[in-house]
Design a protein around this ligand. Structure first.
Ligand code: SF4
Length: 103
């Protein structure tokens, strides 16, 4: 099982490497960072990562994410605090506590 997961990660890395080879800009990023206003503040934003963050962050598909509820995920609460304090956005790509959405 672990070996299968490793192969999947390797395959993903090869796909990403192919994308990087053909698309990487002079900035060293796949898409050029742009200035956007989020929550009233101008911040540098990576357009591709923004799209991936909203669609692919594990938290967005996790049964433990319950914003504004007392039983919301402790990790998600801590990450949210960092985001608010530092004006950053994060995407969780690894989590030992992830639970598939039931609904
Ligand atoms: S358990 Fe992990 S994936 Fe789920 S909400 Fe918490 S931090 Fe996000």
């Amino acid at each position: 099982m672990a070996e299968e997961a490793q192969l999947t990660v390797q395959t993903k890395r090869e796909i990403i490497k192919g994308i990087e080879t053909t698309m990487r800009s002079a900035d060293g990023l796949i898409t050029k960072p742009v200035i956007e206003t989020h929550f009233g503040k101008e911040v540098w934003t990576h357009p591709l990562m923004e799209v991936l963050r909203t669609s692919e962050c594990l938290c967005m598909k996790c049964d433990k994410l319950k914003p504004d509820q007392p039983d919301n995920c402790k990790i998600a609460n801590e990450l949210f605090e960092v985001c608010v304090k530092e004006d950053v956005a994060l995407a969780v790509t690894r989590c030992p506590e992830w639970m598939k959405l039931r609904s």
